[in-house]
Design a protein around this ligand. Structure first.
Ligand code: F0G
Length: 477
């Protein structure tokens, strides 16, 4: 879809400092930030936000951002996204939308470090579940809403496995700037996430299909109806998601870790993280970039297949994307659909594939897949440390463990795993893992090849009698 609205004076400053650029180096079309296209209108490739850094004053060192902490009375500097706005300078200040997103935590997690096989003190969890809607999506949603506000959009849509829709619905309800329309696959979204979208009042369209079907449809429908699309194909969203990395660096007192490990679904995060480091390096604000590990669920392993088995690489900006098309044809011919307990990343056709290839190139990246058993065991370990996460998030920890076992990550490497969503997002998977009821276990997990719950904390059943209760507590505590 494309809108071009008359340019208000407030935008003029932004227009000569930031623009949209086609990712295809053989096209290189550019568009102003007062326009909205989900793809390049000339060649159909993804768009990227680019800056004329000479016209944008950027702090000389990252530590200068610490001064923003003293300005917490200013909502823009309170926001964990907009306090770095000099590194995503596409919006006039009066158009910025914030609901206080990005107050997140980098937590040293020694117990998880032992599980992963890394020296205690070296593993950190970046907990994005602390965002207002409970997932990392708010980092990008405030950025997309800001752009929508710049161009005066009135309706916004997304396809979602649940978190994007929860975030969109929340920003619509809090700001009242737009009406939200969400597309979900039938039976493919956890109740925690669905409950958010319903309660916050988004128009919820349940498609008879999965996320990949919903994603294809929402692009067609928003184009036909001129609705602003907030999936991560929207390049402004990824600008907001860059700030997760700025906060990681901030928490590490501006030291670059050795590894960033992130779950991969639609590949928005990995793409945004790669862009963040690419720009920081260009700006001379860091001297080296971390390595990036993107972790697929085994039941939704497109990136792993394409990158590791079919050798689809960035190739200097000319990746052979036809390799992906052939693979998608194969999936269709064989009627193969994504299937994993980590429903947030149950995605077979990641829209940001090409940008993720760039990120992997910039950050000397690796891709791995982990199965549902590994995901749930890792999730239980994370949860036992007190700051729990949803299944998809735990793919990062399971992936780090695998990479450690393979000797790719070293025992003394400093590793940051991104926990993308809150523990309460998907209680069904958690309760099924810890249940004593074999039927529930089989129903939710057994059918997905999960056959044990090694770290389960099972409830104990006792008669309603004081002596029995006391005895049980003495026995088990
Ligand atoms: N983790 C969680 C909790 C997610 O919700 C998602 C994506 C991902 C990881 C994958 O991130 O797409 O940047 O690779 N959820 C989307 C949604 C697809 O609709 O909520 P990605």
């Amino acid at each position: 879809m494309s809108h071009t609205l008359t340019t208000p004076d407030t935008l003029i400053r932004s227009l000569d400092r930031a623009y949209q650029r086609c990712l295809n180096i053989d096209c290189d079309a550019t568009y102003g930030v007062d326009e909205f296209h989900t793809r390049c209108t000339r060649c159909g490739d993804l768009l990227d936000i680019a800056y004329d850094w000479d016209r944008n004053p950027v702090p000389r060192s990252l530590s200068e951002f610490e001064q923003m902490w003293t300005r917490r009375w200013d909502p823009i500097r309170l926001s964990g996204v907009w306090r770095f706005r000099e590194l995503l300078p596409y919006a006039p200040i009066e158009k910025i939308v914030t609901v206080g997103e990005g107050q997140t935590l980098l937590q040293q997690a020694d117990q998880v470090a032992r599980y992963v096989g890394i020296r205690p003190g070296k593993l950190h969890l970046q907990y994005e579940g602390m965002n207002p809607s409970g997932s990392f999506k708010d980092n990008g949603m405030c950025a997309a809403f800001t752009h929508a506000n710049m161009i005066g959009a009135r309706r916004a849509a997304c396809a979602s496995t649940g978190n994007t829709s929860a975030s969109l619905a929340m920003y619509c309800a809090v700001t009242q700037l737009m009406k939200g329309v969400i597309f979900i696959g039938s039976g493919k979204i956890s109740y925690g996430k669905l409950s958010q979208a319903l309660e916050y009042g988004a128009l919820t369209v349940q498609i008879a299909g999965d996320f990949d079907d919903a994603m294809a449809r929402v692009q067609e429908v928003s184009k036909a109806l001129g609705i602003y699309l907030v999936n991560s194909v929207n390049p402004f969203r990824l600008e907001g998601q860059k700030t997760v990395m700025y906060r990681v660096l901030e928490s590490l007192r501006w030291e670059v870790p050795d590894w960033i490990v992130v779950p991969g679904g639609n590949l928005g995060n990995s793409s945004a993280f790669g862009k963040a480091f690419m720009e920081l390096k260009q700006l001379g604000l860091i001297s080296r970039v971390p390595r990036l590990a993107v972790i697929n669920a085994a039941g939704a392993d497109t990136l792993d297949v394409l990158y590791n088995q079919r050798n689809l690489k960035w190739s200097g900006g000319r990746p052979r994307m036809e390799i992906a098309c052939w693979y998608y044809d194969e999936l269709d011919r064989e009627h193969r659909k994504a299937d994993t307990i980590a429903s947030a990343i149950e995605i077979n056709r990641p829209v940001n594939l090409k940008k993720c290839l760039r990120a992997l190139d910039v950050c000397d990246g690796v891709v791995r897949k982990v199965n549902d058993q590994e995901i749930l065991d890792a999730k239980a370990q994370v949860g036992a440390g007190g700051i729990g996460c949803e299944p998809a998030s735990a793919a990062s920890v399971a992936g780090a463990r695998l990479l450690r076992q393979q000797g790719v990550i070293g025992m003394d490497d400093r590793v940051v795993c991104i926990l993308t969503g809150h523990q309460l997002k998907d209680p069904t998977a958690t309760v099924a893992y810890h249940t004593t009821d074999q039927e529930t276990f089989n129903e939710v997990l057994g059918k997905r090849g999960v056959n044990r719950a090694s770290f389960a904390n099972r409830a104990i059943a006792v008669p309603n009698e004081i002596d029995a209760i006391v005895k049980a507590i003495q026995l088990y505590s």
